[in-house]
Design a protein around this ligand. Structure first.
Ligand code: CA
Length: 99
């Protein structure tokens, strides 16, 4: 019983002193003023896909498994998007299985 209490106290101390993550308020991403919506379970990532120095949006779609690429035409501090294309490899549209 004593070992359980010591382990519990150590776990509690770890949780109490762990750094608590802080998140910014969520925002809806838009493409030419229209909210980007891929249904449910979208998988967004921001990184410089086309190597122009600005972080782009690469967005996976659960329902089809397609991957959208939105080039950032704004700045990293205020990204803006103007259309998207589906990512392709060797001429074929990339799809990822879901589930
Ligand atoms: Ca880019």
């Amino acid at each position: 019983m004593r070992k359980v209490l010591v382990l519990g106290a150590a776990l509690l101390a770890t949780v109490a002193f762990a750094q608590i993550p802080r998140f910014a308020e969520p925002v809806l991403l838009t493409d030419n003023g229209t909210t980007i919506d891929v249904g449910y379970y979208g998988a967004p990532q921001m990184f410089d896909w086309d190597l122009d120095g600005r972080k782009d949006l690469v967005l996976g779609q659960f329902t089809s498994g397609y991957i959208r690429f939105y080039s950032n035409v704004g700045e990293d501090s205020a990204p803006a998007f103007s259309g998207f294309e589906y990512l392709r490899a060797s001429g074929a549209q990339i799809t990822l299985p879901s589930g």
